[in-house]
Design a protein around this ligand. Sequence first.
Ligand code: 3PG
Length: 410
Amino acid sequence: MKFSHLEDIDLAGKTILLRTDLNVPMQGGKVTDHTRILRLLPTLDYLTQRQCRVVLLSHFDRPGGKFVPSLSLAPLVDAVSAALGGREVKFGVDCIGPAARDAVNKLQPGEIVLLENLRFHPEEETGDAPFARELASLGDIFVNDAFSCSHRAHASITGIAQYLPVAAGRLMQEELQVLTGIFSDAQKPIGAVIGGAKVSSKLELLEHLTQTMDILIIGGAMANTFLHAQGHAVGKSLYEKGLKATALKILRQAEKNECRIVLPIDVVAASALQPQAPCTIADIDAIPAESMAVDVGPASIQLFSQALAECKTIVWNGPLGAFETSPFDAGTIALARIIASLTAKQRAHSIAGGGDTVAALTHAGLTQGFSYLSTAGGAFLEWLEGKTLPGVAALMQGGHPHIGGKATHG
Ligand code: 3PG
């Protein structure tokens, strides 16, 4: 993949527009998971050491193109500052217009400012060119360090790149290097574990993986759709009735491509999806009519473990059960431990990504147990689907080294 890295551009003393993903989990105005912020540190250190003025751009949540006070990025200032060891981070109350320009103009070399939520302006999500141009006018160089947003053709992802020289930040570079490797030089056999609730939301993913994986393990409620399609009675389990033909097509396609699909052979069947609800282990041919499958059972975990032991590369996206509801997190935790153990013994290279997957690994205390953890959710999925992400395509095009109306630095 050809794109500029930070080293390829003369950044010294320049104003850098750094697209980050500060769409981080928060509760009561406090960040509850700092991963995405900490993963930006290599880029931030690199830029500030070169006396760049750093302008942080990000969205937060989905405010729908209007100012929503509870979705302000202001509370992120302290979190970014803390990650930088207490270094001051300034705040601009808007990402365009006089407030943004003023905040950027006041920056001294080596200083950082965070501008307000890009999605307070509807033009961000529509990829509006004048909006992108106005953002671009705030800086000299665009650095995209938000792989996790690169599936969005938004103004701050693809638009700014039309007006400024572009480089990938360290995190973007790392994500692309690792994730490109999945489909190019991964050690074989390569297996994927895909969980989650719905086949319909991961249809393209499953189809692509049957063409690229040697082994495909399917868990979560989406496995119920496959089990039902194969003729198993799944009781009150969540499944997609209308996708029987699709599920069977995926199974046939996998067989044709010599991709081995591994489905659960037993489940944890519960009377309700509630913490500590009465539950039992049931063979997939004996799921009680009044029960629902809420997790994979121990025999399935053993089967999955045997399949994973054959793999030299393992990719994981999606929990195997209703992991937010204890004790139905057992299958997901067991799987995480198996993959972490294969990784520790250097028998497999493991890559995980996706919001729920990372949350599950955090819950299991195993975020360090994998070879690589992507910061991306939707972008990770689209990458695994084999799609070209607009933000990555914009990096390849390299941007344009011209711009009018730059901010003047005071
Ligand atoms: C994410 O958390 O996956 C990114 O920040 C993208 O967010 P979005 O799905 O709201 O575009």
